[in-house]
Design a protein around this ligand. Sequence first.
Ligand SMILES: *Cc1c(COP(=O)(O)O)cnc(C)c1O
Length: 410
Amino acid sequence: MANVSAVKQSLPPEDSKSHFIPYCQHSIDDDEIQEVVNTLKSNWLTTGPRTLQFEREFAGYIGCEYAIAVSSCTAGLHLALSAYGIKSGDEVITTPLTFCATAEVIEYQLAKPVFVDIDADSFNIDSQLIEEKITPRTKAIMPVHYGGIPCDLSQIYEIADRHGLKVIEDAAHAAGTIYQNRKVGSLGHPTVFSFYPTKNMTTVEGGIITTNDAEIADKLKVLSLHGISKDAWKRYSNQGQWYYEIHQLGYKYNFSDLQAALGIHQLKKLDAFNTVREQYARLYYNALSEIPCLGVPKWYDHYFDFLQGQGFKNCWHLFVLMLDLEGLSIDRAEFIHELKARGIGTSVHFIPLHLQPYYANKYGYKKGDFPVAEDVYSRIISLPLYPKLTKEELNHIITVLQELVNEFQR
Ligand SMILES: *Cc1c(COP(=O)(O)O)cnc(C)c1O
């Protein structure tokens, strides 16, 4: 295939050993590339047969009734709030330790994001603290499965049921995560996954909403494409294919067959990708437990000790390192700088949202409001973790971490 090799030649050359290890890299192979080429040569590019196939296969993988592919996870989260009629004056409870998208979509609906501090072990929303933030205006809870660690869903669902609240799960990090023997996304409430290039599988841009609720699934589908009513087509089918009615304001959030071309193949590899992530996480975990001043979230201890045998699975979107700042003469930003100077890319997940000027200015949030999230934020570094990373690179990263501790330990 001349076209395929032309595409490959235009990619940067595979690096030699003297390279910078990036924080993140996607894994796209010839099968994805071939499917994209085939799609481009077909007579359908946007939402069509490949999107339907991808939705069916993703629903099968998760074990849910419905899956609606959309242009991004952000779009999916927004649609779920819109489908539930979340509006001005409403409050939605979520975590401050998340990507801006989670709270941004609440703002799109002119509702108020109400943050609840995180649990110090899992970095997920602390379900013990949710109830004290519920008011008559509270309409929904949006838990985020931080780094692939499942939230305390049974507790969250129990609280939501008791107070008549909707639950919308931000599962951007959780493709393949298992909670009490069930995949995240299979429990029924709308759950939204991301296929952004940094995530466990990618369609470049894209997301998908899973649910077991037929009525919500139907609403989401209609809202994702301008609010064009499918029922109107059925009712007035004698009017022909060109006829449609708009009964509500919709959005342009649909997914394309070009994205599905990638997604169909990425989904087939997702479990294999996650297995490599888990192997690497274990290597990091074992090595870091030997190095002073370098901790990890306590949830990892529980996971490697017993949670795996209890029907839990982390999809290992992130491997988070926690610095013991008291034992080091440099802070987290300086530690990241030193890693970068030694050729290792890292990231931080996340700057707590209540400290972002937009939310601080609008709602009067200030430092000290969510002490656990703030303390965690000051210590965390996300290490490179992806299938394309080699064992040699991973061992090199561990060696460099050991060297940095030797140099900067107090
Ligand atoms: C990446 C991410 C999103 C947004 O995903 P997009 O597909 O880029 O819209 C939402 N929430 C969290 C926690 C994320 O990490």
